[in-house]
Design a protein around this ligand. Structure first.
Ligand code: HEC
Ligand code: HEC
Length: 215
């Protein structure tokens, strides 16, 4: 285990109580699990909804939406959390006790959650959108993430993801504290300046509203 990952994993253990408290505080949201989910799925997703939102559309700071994410991507990430190769206080605790069957059930469930509708275009800053678009083009982010940043297979959907989460996770890839299933992101970001990451996050979070307004 790399030292940075080991340190984060150690933090994860001490944060188990924090996670329990977060769950209790957010418990009320569990009741609102999307009616779009099949009853069995809704029951299973009730464990995840307090943080990832009803129907997988997150309203919690720095917590990703899962709606619209691909099952292959979801299972690789659950596997990484369980193995301690991707460390986060909340998710490391969640994934620790999962069986292989659980990983499969949850990732299949995630793939059934329809992606969130685009955010209001007014929330996008035109100057930052222009800078973000130029950066995404220069670094060919769409060559893997797809033309509409919808992702596929083990490559995640980025369009419409929470901006605060995107900014933080990009910074973690750049710093080498988030280790991917492959080195694709760590290598890609070696060529991107850390100060440019917030504009990329802003662009991707508002991408759908932006292209929707233009089309
Ligand atoms: C206590 C809050 C919390 C709970 C409960 C929780 N998660 Fe998470 N989850 C997070 C956070 C925070 C992250 C982002 C981790 C990071 O930044 O590395 C995350 C990340 C993920 C990811 C990776 C998403 C991505 O875009 O990379 C998956 C998949 C996931 N969670 C699945 C689940 C499932 C399935 C459950 C229910 C069994 C669940 N989570 C319950 C907080 C939570
Ligand atoms: C060579 C293919 C490739 C390129 C180019 C690429 N990515 Fe990725 N990206 C991936 C893969 C694969 C993952 C999944 C990470 C893993 O392996 O665990 C990922 C993950 C991500 C994530 C994490 C999403 C989440 O939900 O946690 C973000 C954000 C991201 N990429 C943004 C970008 C941006 C911005 C660019 C352009 C600067 C880019 N990517 C270019 C392949 C690529």
């Amino acid at each position: 285990m790399r030292p940075a990952v080991a340190a984060t994993a150690a933090r994860a253990a001490t944060h188990a109580l924090v996670v329990a408290a977060m769950l209790a505080a957010a418990g009320a949201a569990t009741a609102q699990v999307s009616a779009a989910l099949a009853p069995v799925g809704a029951e299973r997703f009730a464990t995840c909804a307090p943080c990832h939102g009803a129907g997988g559309v997150s309203t919690m700071a720095e917590t990703p939406s899962l709606a619209g994410q691909h099952s292959f991507y979801a299972i690789t990430q659950l596997f990484l959390f369980r193995a301690g190769r991707r460390a986060n206080p909340a998710m490391s605790a969640m994934a620790k006790g999962m069986s292989d069957a659980d990983l499969r059930t949850y990732s299949d469930l995630i793939a059934t959650l329809p992606a969130a509708p685009p955010a209001a275009p007014a929330l996008a800053d035109p100057a930052r959108m222009t800078r973000g678009a130029a950066l995404a083009q220069r670094h060919r982010c769409n060559s893997c993430h797809g033309d509409d940043y919808a992702g596929e297979k083990q490559v995640p959907r980025l369009a419409g993801q929470r901006e605060d989460y995107l900014a933080r996770t990009l910074a973690e890839f750049k710093a080498g504290t988030r280790i991917g299933y492959t080195a694709a992101m760590n290598e890609t970001l070696a060529a991107v300046d850390a100060q440019e990451l917030p504009d990329l996050a802003h662009y991707l979070a508002h991408y759908l509203a932006h292209v929707g307004a233009k089309r």
